[in-house]
Design a protein around this ligand. Sequence first.
Ligand SMILES: *[C@@H]1O[C@H](CO)[C@@H](O)[C@H](O)[C@H]1NC(C)=O
Ligand SMILES: *[C@@H]1O[C@H](CO)[C@@H](O)[C@H](O)[C@H]1NC(C)=O
Ligand SMILES: *[C@@H]1O[C@H](CO)[C@@H](O)[C@H](O)[C@H]1NC(C)=O
Length: 479
Amino acid sequence: MQLHISPSLRHVTVLQGKGVRELIQVKVGGKKVSYRMILYSLLFFTFLLRFVFVLSTVDSIDGETRCSSLGCLGKRIGPRLLGRRMDQSVPEVMYKVLEQPIDKDELQGRTDIPQTLEEFMAEVKDSGFDARSFALKLREMVSLMEERTRTAKIQEYLYRHVASSSIPKQLHCLALRLANEHSTNAAARLQLPSAELVPALVDNSYYHFVLASDNVLAAAVVATSIVHNSLRPHKFVIHIITDRKTYYPMQAWFSLHPLTPAIVEVKALHHFDWFSKGKVPVLEAMEKDQKVRSQFRGGSSAIIANNIWDIDLNGKVNGAVETCRGEDKYVMSKKLKNYLNFSHPLIAQHFNPEECAWAYGMNIFDLEAWRKTNISNTYHQWLEQNLKSDLSLWQLGTLPPGLIAFHGHVQAIDPFWHMLGLGYQENTSYEDAESAGVIHFNGRAKPWLDIAFPQLRPLWAKYVDFSDKFVKSCHIRAA
Ligand SMILES: *[C@@H]1O[C@H](CO)[C@@H](O)[C@H](O)[C@H]1NC(C)=O
Ligand SMILES: *[C@@H]1O[C@H](CO)[C@@H](O)[C@H](O)[C@H]1NC(C)=O
Ligand SMILES: *[C@@H]1O[C@H](CO)[C@@H](O)[C@H](O)[C@H]1NC(C)=O
């Protein structure tokens, strides 16, 4: 199920997953809208939707007297809540109850308020099934939840939708300003790198980094951190690969903010001749770029703080940090079973659910070794399989097919080289992150968003010049 909240917060759309073509729009009222109201609407409609769905698909699971499943419950409750017509109109009394503010004292010391959705279901089942008590219970439960988790759950839940759609305006602004600069200022249109440095792009005596990103600010931060933390920046070539729409802004930024003595190349995917063949994932883009002959690394929101060229890949193609071992239970508990659908025979046949997964975002590739394999073929074959299987082989995302394609070609490297999860949870301390060679803000709480974890933001902010005229004019601030 997908939830969409409009930028104005006036509408909530609930989309059922594929197969069930139900779409419900909730008007959240014209007046002042609080996130409490949105949450109500979401919970509320999720319930109703489920009942309607259950009613229309399940005829009879349980006997008349016993009622232990959602299906049975829906059959009993549905008609009472929704009327016999089973349309999706909501009894007026529910709105009335839900709109009444609830006093905090009212909740104090009460033990009869459901704590979870399961308990809520159980209570509703035992109550008279009438719309008013349904709404009252819902209101109490949500108020209690809100009290308990004000800073954590609900906020996070809503931020996920609201923040990710509204805040990157600043990044959009930056791209627009830079595009404008590109068209008006010749100094923002330099060939990168300049002609005399082009031979270095294919020179194996240099260290080559590949950054793939459509985010100018993130690319600037990563490139800057690579250069600032290196003892030999004059031996570095940073290949920045971006998309068509970000090419001019990216070129403008790196023309006006050179990282001398390091060499920076800016390319867009459409500059590569193989790109015209069709959609090519970034990883493959890297593989096919004949220029990058030695090892390289890629990442979009990673900050690199040390030198890693001594790592031995033992003939493997991809050096990556494993994500099933480590102190951080939340980020470091991922095995293949977390990404792939082992109920599907094709997956179960080929892989071991307990095998450790590894992380994208900071990888060391040995291109020589890569060319001796069929990784790209494997990758495409599995993508096709997944399409044929109605996308049921894995969760959406680029990591699962990557886990499959590189299976058997991965060399585990020291977690020091890739500390990830900085955008997932706040447990990571500044000190821990400081001691890592590479940190990665994967997860939603990107450091450029308001929802970033404040203690981690300085790790990123120290590579941004907030007095820069472009940064400043787009109101990108340190905190
Ligand atoms: C991470 O933080 C949560 C609370 O925010 C806490 O419950 C959990 O134990 C912490 N995990 C670790 C590994 O410190
Ligand atoms: C790659 O695939 C081809 C054809 O499927 C096969 O002949 C070849 O042995 C494979 N190479 C490797 C290294 O697996
Ligand atoms: C996993 O595979 C099974 C068997 O094909 C399928 O029934 C199920 O829907 C799949 N799960 C997901 C989440 O796609």
